[in-house]
Design a protein around this ligand. Structure first.
Ligand SMILES: Cc1cc2nc3c(=O)[nH]c(=O)nc-3n(C[C@H](O)[C@H](O)[C@H](O)COP(=O)(O)OP(=O)(O)OC[C@H]3O[C@@H](n4cnc5c(N)ncnc54)[C@H](O)[C@@H]3O)c2cc1C
Length: 416
């Protein structure tokens, strides 16, 4: 049996481990455009020089040898031919497969801003090469405009500040981290960024890049504000890497469509991670769930099924975020704002801390724990597993595991 795995990141590596565990003798080939295996979550630390290239790997040094995997780094797949069960690499090589996993992740998108496509330097932050190039281009006093005040944009902004850059973050929504935080929690981070010298502009989008030749000179915002800058960093969303599947007829929506076994619509082709879409546990909707743990779980399930061991992927609880900016941690799960009138919202605020819990009917709709994140696991479990909390007495703000939590036989929490 020849397994070919496209992509060697969270999903691909997890799948390879599962395949090898269940098929000690099968032939495994992994193909990755990346030249090494690394955690994307740690890329901001390359920019801030807190980590070296070697220190962002998440596999053992002898991983490929020990698991007898033929690893082809720095190789791009350009075509999949399901009829002949082959993949074609950019250098012309052709690999046959019995089972194929597509775990090629996603790539950043550029918003429709005039001149952005021809301006330079314009960076995104997805690959090790991006982080190294940003580090090279940005030093003390470099003016950087960061387009997007979400998690990736702010992590990049914090790292850029450590390099002495003059950073302006531009966010279209009325506040930073609009998907994760409410106005109060977002304001805490906004203040911290400002105190470190960053300019934060919310409620505005970029309209045009002012150029000198093709060099970036400034960003013009929708309201006419001019943001002088030498460098632009775009962190405004991603799209799945599926170009090489064109013409195969594989079912696609906002990502590759898979079933619970991570099978695509084509025989013996599986998909996992950011490249596919799956059922999100909190919203109950099928959508991309682009977080690291989801890719690991889906990769494992795909690998098991490829090796003939039946496994089903669970719904993914992707509406959960852990973040730390300037040493202030926040856990946010569910939604940051009440969905309708009549929800019970409890908040508590103290120096260095903020907590908010939203109860909608007999469910926890969302929780934000900032500063003091003790008990975050309880809120996460209640929200993600949609636990019926109608029997819980008193305030939810001070909820703890004891005395009424217990684990059910299937591993889920129960409060009775
Ligand atoms: C800066 C940053 C910070 C993040 N922080 C967090 C965090 O704190 N928590 C969290 O949960 N998630 C975080 N994420 C998201 C997380 O990194 C992704 O969800 C995760 O990497 C998805 O893994 P994946 O294996 O599906 O795809 P990817 O990690 O995107 O890997 C795709 C793989 O496919 C390869 N590939 C792509 N195209 C081709 C091709 N044509 N041919 C061959 N190989 C190809 C790539 O080289 C790579 O090996 C962060 C992402 C970024 C960019």
């Amino acid at each position: 049996m020849h397994y070919v795995i496209l992509g060697a990141s969270a999903a691909g590596i997890s799948a390879a481990r599962a395949v090898r565990r269940h098929d000690p003798d099968g032939e495994i080939t992994m193909v990755a455009a990346d030249r090494q295996v690394y955690s994307r979550c740690l890329l901001p630390r390359i920019i801030s020089s807190e980590r070296t290239e070697a220190e962002i790997s998440f596999v053992e040094k002898d991983f490929f040898d020990r698991l007898k995997i033929d690893f082809l780094p720095g190789c791009r797949v350009v075509r999949v031919k399901p009829d002949t069960r082959e993949v074609v690499l950019q250098d012309g090589r052709v690999l046959g497969y019995d089972r194929l996993l597509v775990a090629t992740g996603a790539s950043p998108t550029l918003p429709p801003v005039e001149n952005l496509n021809r301006a330079r330097p314009v960076f995104t932050l997805r690959h090790l090469e991006d982080a190294l190039a940003i580090k090279e281009a940005v030093g003390a006093g470099t003016r950087v405009a960061v387009l997007g005040g979400g998690l990736v944009g702010l992590e990049a902004a914090e790292a850029l500040l450590t390099r002495g850059a003059k950073v302006t973050v531009i966010e279209l929504a009325p506040r930073l981290l609009p998907l994760q935080l409410d106005a109060t929690a977002a304001a805490v981070y906004e203040k911290l960024f400002r105190e470190r010298g960053a300019e934060i502009i919310t409620g505005q989008g970029a309209y045009r890049v002012e150029l000198e030749g093709d060099l970036v000179r400034a960003l013009v915002l929708n309201d006419g504000t001019i943001v002088p800058c030498h460098v632009i960093l775009v962190a405004a969303g991603v799209r799945p890497n599926v170009d090489f599947l064109e013409g195969t007829g594989v079912a696609m929506n906002r990502g590759i469509v898979v079933d619970r076994h991570m099978r695509t619509s084509l025989p013996d082709i599986y998909a996992a991670g950011d490249v596919c879409e799956s059922m999100e546990a909190f919203t109950g909707r099928v959508s991309p769930t682009p977080i690291w743990p989801a890719a690991v779980i889906q990769g494992r399930v795909a690998g098991m099924n490829m090796a003939g061991v039946e496994a089903e992927a669970p719904d993914i609880f992707a509406c959960q975020n852990a973040m730390t900016f300037f040493q202030v941690p926040t856990i946010a799960c569910g939604r940051p704002d009440p969905p309708e009138e009549g929800c019970r919202v409890e908040t508590a605020c103290w120096p260095g801390g903020y907590r908010k819990v939203i109860r909608s009917g007999n469910r926890l709709h969302g929780a934000i724990l900032q500063g003091d994140i003790a008990g975050a696991g309880v809120f996460n479990a209640l929200t993600g597993q949609k636990v019926d909390i109608s029997g819980l007495p008193g305030s939810l703000l001070t909820i703890t595991y004891a005395p009424f939590f217990r684990m059910k036989a299937d591993g889920s929490f129960s409060y009775k």
